[in-house]
Design a binder for this molecule. Structure first.
Ligand code: ADP
Ligand code: MG
Length: 737
């Protein structure tokens, strides 16, 4: 038995500085008293009121009930009552019912892998009796009366008493955690747990649609969950989550029967683009067990964020069934997680199916012809690596010299282009819908020949697919982002290898591929002020000039800028319809496409983009034209280092105010002076730009790459991926030491 006082003394001694240094006898190991063991174990199984409800409801399901009702008082702390119409409990089992490890569901360890019941440890009821007062009323078939008995610390408080009873079992749990003051205190927010209980029963109700569920607060007339038995899952979802959810759902199904082991069936419902919510609801059942799976949740959220424009979080109900021997149900004390064989593959397959479903739902109305052509073109015109995106493999990553950074001149911050970008994203939906009106009216005007032209885009996509490097694909899909190693390279880990990955190359290729895939399906982002093309192109031409000080070529540059503007104005309708790049009749750029949701390109690169559209695109040949525009967009949206030098390195010197540098050099208190001489506004702009980029690399680029990037074979040899370490080799080196 534990001696509480001696334990306290010992601990105090251990903490006191004098004894901490002095050598100490090892403390004596003692056997804990069983009641202490049981209470500790109970605290793990019954973590909160909702865990007790879950266990009780699962017991009712295991007892073949067709109706389960739950009553809760004080968020479950005062009272939880679960009544069912199941098979009941025999009189002779009542004495051991609440002892630990007594169960009717399992006799040997191997049964775990062939079990169809929810429970198997025989711990739930026992645990409840260690942290609450439990009363059971039950009747079995053919009996004229039932029995009632109360339990405490695993044992009956008295002999079962005969009583009137209706079919099934009723379990009453009162004063939960009465003997665990700390836990009670942390749970005092009872409203919170009632919400969790309602949420639990809602989830149970839509999966077990052959059972009716109800849940209400003690004394309340109206139930907060009320489901009736229905053969249709969608009806159950409607009755529990409401019409607004049910009407926006689509069915999804995937199954795999791979002899090498990945065997599963999934069916479920996922929300469409009309559904709007701030929080993801993922109701997941694996082999009929309600579980959580953060990896699957994240995988689905990524698809929604990347596919749907509204950035709504999804509602997802999924039921996955696998051979029982592929699921380890015994990895979590409350069984809320399970471990699956081939989990990654399963998640990936589900993820792709969700993506296909969402895209098809977006596309079916207008682009059915395109799909048919895609199949033909994939078969007939495989493309070679080099023809797909010659512009993409070469890249200029070197920073623009400081003296040429016209738009980042600290004396003229207004010249920067951030000001053109609409700052309020909530204006977007209106713009988007007006855009789709424009788009569909354009589409109505198209003749059949024009729709057929889109096959060239499908050829470009097929080209991307055919030159994809399978090893790199594997790496990209499964790598973990570690951090940025410098301005261009990120450190990523894949299996036992560390790589440096060129984020500029990768993002450029990803944006190019996404532009092709979203072709004519873009959402658009409005610039707050239309930006005049001719001025922007002129700016880009001046930037390209090696000697910006001399203006002898200015006339020529202006003429080139004018010509390019006229050219782009001519192509405006096509650019708008297919790429959502909107140029108005006055030659102003006012809308840009969304290539990846949650990502806005660096607006300092608009001039370069426009110049590139004007100069580099081959407008006459359809396929080359689409490829050229997509490559220009890819280059513009790529995650280049910001034009402002990185203030965290040597770049800080750039932020010293001009004319004060020489004075600062001669000053002995250099540091203080340097602080004062910094251009704070410019510096904070730069810090924001770099931080924003790093965030986007981690949270937008890498997750989207995992989903969408088909890395071309050229990336294996052009320095995009450089292996810097491999665990096996390191091991060999250190083993020798
Ligand atoms: P487990 O569910 O892991 O077997 P529990 O402690 O939850 O362990 O329950 C112990 C046993 O009590 C069960 O195996 C079952 O036989 C019986 N039991 C519990 N609740 C009910 C119920 N509502 N109806 C019928 N039998 C029940
Ligand atoms: Mg149980």
């Amino acid at each position: 038995m534990i001696d509480g006082s001696s334990l306290t003394v010992e601990m105090e001694e251990e903490n006191s500085p004098a004894t901490a240094i002095a050598p100490r006898e090892p403390p004596k190991i003692q056997r804990l008293e069983e009641s202490v063991v049981n209470r500790i174990a109970a605290g793990e199984v019954i973590q909160r009121p909702v865990s007790a409800v879950k266990e009780l409801v699962e017991n009712s399901l295991d007892a073949d009930s067709s109706s389960i009702s739950v009553v809760v008082k004080d968020g479950g702390l005062k009272l939880i009552q679960v009544s069912d119409d199941g098979h009941g409990i025999r009189r002779e089992d009542l004495p051991i019912l609440c002892e630990r490890h007594t169960t009717s569901k399992l006799t040997k360890y191997e049964d775990l892998f062939s079990l169809s019941s929810m429970g198997f440890r025989g711990e739930a009821l026992a645990s409840m009796t260690y942290v609450a007062h439990v009363t059971v009323t039950t009747i079995t078939k053919g009996q004229i009366h039932g029995y009632r008995v109360s339990y405490r610390d695993g044992v009956m408080e008295h002999e079962p008493k005969a009583c009137a009873a209706v079919k099934g079992t009723q379990i009453l749990v009162e004063n939960l955690f009465y003997n665990m003051t700390a836990r009670r205190k942390t749970l005092h927010n009872s409203a919170d747990d009632y919400g969790k209980i309602v949420d639990l029963l809602s989830r149970m109700a839509i999966h077990h649609n052959n059972v009716s569920f109800s849940c209400r607060k003690h004394g309340a007339v109206k139930a907060d969950v009320h489901s009736v038995v229905s053969p249709s899952r969608l009806d159950s979802i409607r009755s529990v989550y409401g019409v607004s959810v049910a009407k926006n759902l689509m069915k999804v199904e995937v199954s795999s029967c791979d002899p090498s082991g990945c065997t599963f069936d999934m069916e479920g419902f996922i929300s469409n683009s009309n559904y709007v919510a701030k929080k993801t609801i993922l109701v997941l059942f694996i082999n009929d067990r309600l579980v959580e799976c953060s990896a699957l949740k994240r995988a689905i959220e990524i698809v929604y964020a990347a596919t749907l424009p509204k950035a709504s979080k999804p509602f997802v109900y999924m039921s996955i069934n696998l051979p029982r021997e592929h699921v380890d149900i015994n990895i979590h004390p409350t069984k809320k997680e399970v471990s699956l064989l081939n989990q990654e593959i399963i998640i990936e397959m589900i993820q792709s199916e969700v993506e296909v479903k969402l895209r098809n739902a977006n596309d079916t109305r207008t682009f059915q012809e395109q799909k048919v052509e895609y199949i033909q073109s994939t078969l007939t015109s495989p493309r070679s690596d080099s023809t797909v995106s010659p512009k993409l493999s070469g890249q200029k990553t070197q920073k623009v010299p400081v003296n040429k950074m016209v738009r980042t001149d600290s004396s003229d911050p207004a010249g920067r282009l951030h000001a053109f970008l609409q700052p309020k994203p909530h204006n977007l939906p209106d713009k988007v819908s007006s855009l789709s009106v424009v788009r569909s009216s354009v589409r109505q005007r198209r003749n059949p020949k024009e729709t057929a032209d889109l096959s060239s885009v499908q050829e470009l996509i097929a080209g991307v697919d055919s030159c994809c490097h399978s090893g790199l694909l594997e790496t990209v899909r499964n790598c973990t982002y570690v951090g940025m190693a410098d301005d261009v390279f990120a450190l990523v880990q894949y299996n036992t290898h560390l790589y440096l990955a060129n984020v500029v190359n990768l993002s450029k290729e990803l944006m190019y591929q996404q532009t092709l895939r979203r072709f004519a399906h873009f959402n658009a982002r409005q610039l707050s002020d239309p930006a005049p093309l001719s001025e922007l192109i002129l700016l880009a031409l001046k930037e390209e000039d090696l000697d910006p000080e001399t203006d002898k070529n200015d006339d020529l540059k202006e003429r080139i800028a004018e010509m390019n503007t006229e050219l782009l104005k001519e192509k405006a309708e096509m650019l708008e319809e297919y790429f959502s790049v909107y140029i108005d009749s006055n030659g102003n750029l006012s809308r840009l496409p969304v290539i990846l949701d949650q990502y806005t390109p660096d607006m300092d690169r608009v001039p370069e983009f426009l110049l590139c559209l004007g100069n580099d695109v081959e407008w006459e040949d359809e396929k080359s034209c689409f490829q050229g525009v997509s490559a220009a967009i890819g280059n513009f949206y790529a995650m280049h280092p910001p034009l402002l030098p990185n203030p965290s390195g040597d770049g800080i010197q750039f932020y010293t105010k001009r004319g004060e540098r020489s004075q600062e050099k001669s000053d002995l208190d250099g540091n203080v002076e340097m602080e004062d001489n910094l251009d704070k506004d410019l510096l904070s702009d730069a810090e924001n730009a770099w931080a924003q980029r790093e965030w986007s690399i981690q949270h937008v680029l890498f997750p989207s790459m995992r989903l969408f990037l088909k890395p071309p074979a050229s990336m294996a040899s052009n320095g995009t991926f450089v292996k810097v370490a491999s665990l096996e080799k390191l091991y060999k080196i250190f083993e020798r030491c």
